[in-house]
Design a protein around this ligand. Structure first.
Ligand code: TRP
Length: 476
């Protein structure tokens, strides 16, 4: 399987993939006619099927021998639009699942998405350029993949600044701890690089995708903005906007949306997002709205008419399809491609097979949970890598790689040495599951209580200020 994966990933344009498919078709036919060994034929057929799937994903239609892809099928040149990572991993903006208890295979995802790994060299470089100890999310591989981060740092070293863009789809009032990951990290980036930030609240997206009214989605956007503000963003450097509000008030933003819409075909979005003929046209055109904030002239109150200011987008890897599309369009409409930093998912309490979901109360720890609820949920639902009995656990030790409590600690426990000691003790059996859970409970309870305290201080007036288009501290 490994070498056939290698083959598939080598193709980054529809034409390359088409050529691989043709070759593979010939190979299968010749193996069959030579009555080759069954496993050999099976492997070749499997690869052929996989290539066909990738081709459909990339171009939006089936592969037909003798019919090469047309210009319009040109896929984003940032890698194949496939959304299948490991054999059973599904990662797209709407689904994250795997059969592996350790979670999604992120190294494979990097290869499939055609992004780059955040390796030690890059982490060291970020440390050097910003002059701060790298955030624990970088030290521990929570942010594990990137596009063009070296370019951003090269420019920054030459005193060419950049701006940050991230966002959230406000699908309910309830946010959980996993939702904070990109915001915690973005706040750190804002502080260490001293740069402006725009935060898009896609209330329009949630209206289009969910069974909610426009008013509900807009209200969720405002409520979520309070949790986001509570992460500590600097009001002088942060603009938060609801699409439903900002789209209609900013000609510059809408002009970019239209430019993007003109340069992406229905075939392409079908290939990238899997839209079908029965999806409403709002969904089909939405990716252009998520792409537009990647271009600095969408925010004239911050950047004037400058269209050349580099954008860096910290986001969870499931958002990458939007930005592969954005990066493909950018040079064609005269803008720089946004750079990206991708994070892993925050696992559900029940296990890393899926991400935490706000629609399943037992899979999540909400930002509104009381200390008691936090304790009960972790004790009751957090999937354990420990053994069934204390005797067995002492004898054989636990498995930290599949243990959700340990995984959560890698996100939230700041002290590297303490974390490593916990891992060793758990693995050796010296630390029991109940004790591990207790450490997690005692880490999360104060963290969430502090968040609630800060959120209480966020007044409607403050939300309004953050959401008003205005100049930010930025030297043009
Ligand atoms: N689509 C994202 C969601 O559903 C929200 C979003 C919009 C976003 N723009 C973004 C996320 C930029 C990360 C970066 O949550």
């Amino acid at each position: 399987m490994t070498d056939c994966q290698g083959d598939v990933e080598g193709a980054s344009t529809p034409m390359e993939l088409y050529e691989k498919l043709s070759e593979q078709g010939v190979k299968v036919r010749s193996l069959k006619s030579a009555k080759a060994d069954k496993t050999k034929v099976d492997t070749a057929v499997q690869l052929l099927l996989k290539l066909k799937m990738d081709y459909k994903q990339m171009t939006g239609h089936d592969y037909k021998a003798g019919c090469p892809p047309s210009e319009n099928d040109a896929a984003p040149n940032n890698g194949p639009a496939a959304d299948v990572a490991g054999e059973d991993d599904t990662v797209d903006p709407w689904t994250v699942s795997t059969t592996n208890a350790k979670g999604v295979d992120y190294d494979k995802l990097i290869v499939r998405f055609g992004s780059s790994k955040i390796d030690q060299e890059l982490v060291d470089r970020i440390e050097k350029v910003c002059g701060q100890k790298p955030h624990r999310f970088l030290r521990r591989g929570v942010f594990f993949s990137h596009r063009d981060m070296h370019q951003v740092l090269d420019a920054y070293e030459k005193h060419k600044s950049f701006y940050l863009y991230t966002g959230r789809g406000p699908s309910s009032e309830a946010m959980h701890v996993g939702h904070l990951i990109p915001f915690i990290f973005t706040k750190w980036l804002q502080d260490v690089f001293d740069i402006p930030l725009v935060i898009q609240l896609t209330d329009d997206e949630k209206y289009l995708w969910k069974d909610l009214t426009v008013e509900e989605c807009h209200r969720f956007a405002i409520e979520n903005a309070k949790d986001i503000i509570a992460c500590g963003f600097d009001i002088n450097k942060t603009f938060i906007f609801s699409d439903l509000d900002y789209m209609g008030s900013s000609p510059e933003f809408y002009r970019n949306v239209v430019k993007i819409q003109k340069h992406v075909t229905f075939n392409q979005v079908k290939g990238i997002f899997g839209f079908t003929d029965s999806d409403c046209i709002g969904k089909i055109s939405f990716p252009a709205i998520q792409a537009a904030p990647s271009f600095s002239n969408s925010f004239p109150h911050v950047f004037g008419s400058r269209k050349d200011i580099q954008c860096l987008i910290p986001c969870a890897i499931d958002q990458d399809p939007y930005f592969r599309m954005t990066r493909d369009v950018a040079p064609r409409i005269g803008y720089p491609k946004p750079a990206l930093l991708h994070s892993t998912f925050f696992p559900a309490l029940q296990g890393a097979q899926t991400k935490m979901s706000a629609s399943d109360a037992n899979s999540s720890i909400f930002l509104t949970d009381t200390p008691k609820q936090i304790k009960n949920k972790i004790n009751k639902h957090a999937f354990s890598g420990g053994k069934d009995t204390v005797e067995e656990h002492r004898k054989y030790g636990g498995n930290a790689d599949v243990d959700v409590s340990f995984m959560y600690l890698t996100f939230f426990l700041e002290d590297d040495e303490q974390l490593e000691k916990i891992r060793q003790d758990y693995t050796s059996g010296a630390l029991l599951t109940g004790e591990l859970k207790k450490i997690l409970i005692e880490t999360l309870q104060p963290m969430i209580a502090q968040h609630q305290e800060r959120r209480k201080q966020v007044t409607d007036e403050l939300v309004k200020q953050f959401m008003t288009p205005r100049p930010l501290n930025f030297n043009l």
